[in-house]
Design a protein around this ligand. Structure first.
Ligand SMILES: CC[C@H](C(=O)O)C(=O)SCCNC(=O)CCNC(=O)[C@H](O)C(C)(C)COP(=O)(O)OP(=O)(O)OC[C@H]1O[C@@H](n2cnc3c(N)ncnc32)[C@H](O)[C@@H]1OP(=O)(O)O
Ligand code: CO
Length: 146
C-alpha cells in the first residue's frame, strides 16, 4: 500500500490485482478446461445469490482466477455472455479501504455501480466501476471482509 498525495489530497491507491473474472457458459466443463490449462485444481466453488452467479476459484502462483457462471437470465454474466460470449469479464483490485477508494473514484468522476460495498465471494467486500467510465474495462474493488 502506498500513501501518496496529489493536489494535497492524501489517498490510498489500489494494491495488487486480486483476481481476474472470466465469464463461462458451463461451469463443469470450464473447470475441467482451466484445471488442465493452469495445472492446478479449483480450491473453492461458491454461489453469490445477490449477483445470481456461481463462482469457482483457481490460484496460479500469486494470481487468482474467478470463473463465473450465470444462475439466471437476468444475471450480469448472462447479459455479458449473450453480448460478448465467454472470456475475461472483469479485473478486481485489492484495496485496503474500499469506502475511501470508492470516494476517491467518485471524486475523480468514475461511475460506481453501488453506493456502498456489498458482500462478494471468497469472504470479500466488493463494488464495481462502470466500464463505460473506466475505458471499457469492468473494474471491481475488493477488500478483505474481516
Ligand atoms: C460479487 C461476486 C463476484 C466477486 O468477485 O466476488 C463477482 O465478481 S460477480 C461479477 C458479476 N457481477 C457484476 O458484473 C456486477 C457489475 N456489473 C453490472 O452491473 C453490469 O454488468 C454492467 C452495468 C457493467 C453492464 O450491465 P448490462 O450488461 O446489463 O448492460 P449493457 O449490456 O447495456 O452494458 C452497458 C455497456 O457496458 C458494456 N459492458 C457490459 N459488461 C461489460 C464488461 N464486463 N466489460 C466491459 N464492458 C462491459 C456493454 O458492452 C455496454 O457497452 P456498449 O458500448 O453500449 O455496448
Ligand atoms: Co469478481
Amino acid at each position: 500500500m502506498e500513501l501518496y498525495g496529489t493536489n494535497n489530497l492524501q489517498y490510498l491507491d489500489m494494491n495488487k490485482i486480486e483476481h481476474i473474472g472470466i465469464a463461462v457458459k458451463d461451469m463443469a466443463s470450464s473447470i475441467m478446461l482451466y484445471e488442465k490449462l493452469l495445472g492446478t485444481s479449483v480450491y473453492k466453488i461458491e454461489t453469490v445469490e445477490r449477483e445470481q452467479v456461481n463462482t469457482a476459484f483457481l490460484q496460479t502462483g500469486p494470481n487468482k482466477i474467478e470463473l463465473l457462471e450465470a444462475l439466471s437470465d437476468d444475471s450480469a454474466i448472462a447479459h455479458f455472455l449473450n453480448k460478448k460470449g465467454e472470456g475475461i469479464h472483469h479485473i478486481a483490485f485489492e484495496v485496503d479501504n474500499i469506502v475511501a477508494e470508492m470516494q476517491r473514484l467518485k471524486n475523480e468522476g468514475f461511475v460506481l455501480l453501488s453506493d456502498e460495498p456489498k458482500p462478494g465471494a471468497d469472504n470479500k467486500l466488493v463494488c464495481f466501476v462502470h466500464p463505460k467510465s473506466a475505458g471499457g474495462v469492468l473494474v471491481e474493488l475488493v477488500q478483505e471482509n474481516s
